[in-house]
Ligand binder design. Structure first.
Ligand code: ARG
Length: 275
């Protein structure tokens, strides 16, 4: 995770930020972030490292966008908008410091890390989102990186500007289920998801849950940590064996992010069958 000290909505690069502009409460954001941190550490048995924030980079708190971790390697992001490109070198230095082998992207490709690239927890699939931030051409480079390890990249097109990163509308869960909001994808990509995942592996969320960032959840050790879930969604997740923990993150939703965006898994790819 990255410290929320400098988090604010100072510019608009996604639809959530136009309303959030100038409206964040720093103290409230810090409390919400600390509550998430405490849940991960105390209730999911996770170990969390915290990176310092940097001046002039108010979105750096969304560490999911630092890059993609894969088997001891780190592929640093190249951001679509100049407002965030300053983060790239800090996250790269940080990954080097932790001993990751850094694999830079080829020129001219944009890629926003674990915001747009999510490992399935059961199938050998790396789900990749494009349409708003990540270039479609990132697919070929990522395939070269993960295919030797047996992973196949499946590329999905995002079409609703409110769900501009894959992790805002698609969430691989422990054990191989996927929680998603189909309307955020092109018809063709919806079909791809349905052809790769049997119905029993798909948990579809409706408009209301999607808008509360239900799909932007952290699924770790059998627990799902999220901003908010409807009673119906909570019941479906519990019936599938998950413990659901809700923790308010509305200050961060003003910038277009929630629990998943505020974290980056360092032990990817994770494959498991906890539930
Ligand atoms: N304001 C940030 C942006 O638009 C939010 C990033 C949220 N991160 C994520 N992985 N969805 O870039």
């Amino acid at each position: 995770m990255c410290s929320p000290d400098r988090f604010r909505v100072e510019y608009v690069i996604n639809p959530w930020m136009s309303e959030g502009l100038g409206h964040t409460d720093s103290q409230r954001a810090r409390l919400q972030w600390s509550a998430l941190h405490a849940i991960l550490v105390n209730q999911t048995d996770s170990r969390v490292t915290v990176v310092d924030s940097r001046e002039g980079l108010p979105d750096m708190v969304f560490s999911a966008n630092a890059g993609l971790v894969y088997d001891g390697r780190f592929i640093p992001s190249r951001f679509r908008y100049p407002e965030r490109t300053g983060e790239e070198r800090h996250f790269t230095e940080w990954a080097k410091g932790l001993g990751y082998e850094v694999r830079p992207l080829p020129a001219a490709i944009t890629f926003e890390g674990a915001g747009d690239a999510l490992f399935d927890r059961k199938r050998p699939v790396l789900w990749l989102g494009h349409g708003f931030r990540t270039s479609p051409s990132a697919e070929a480079f990522l395939s070269d990186q993960v295919q030797p390890g047996g992973w196949q990249v499946v590329s999905l097109e995002l079409t609703d500007p409110r769900y501009y990163h894959l992790d805002t509308c698609f969430c691989p869960l422990d054990g191989g289920l996927v929680m998603w909001f189909p309307a955020a994808f092109s018809a063709e990509s919806q079909n791809i998801v349905r052809s790769v995942l049997p119905e029993s592996s798909r948990i579809e969320v409706g408009e209301e849950d999607a808008a509360h960032f239900a799909c932007n959840a952290v699924s770790v050790n059998g627990t799902i940590v999220m901003n908010r879930a409807s009673q119906n969604l909570r019941a479906r997740l519990s019936n599938n064996g998950f413990r659901v923990i809700e923790t308010p993150l509305d200050e961060f939703i003003r910038a277009g992010g929630s629990s998943k965006c505020l974290t980056l898994r360092l032990d990817e790819p994770v494959t498991n069958a906890f539930v």
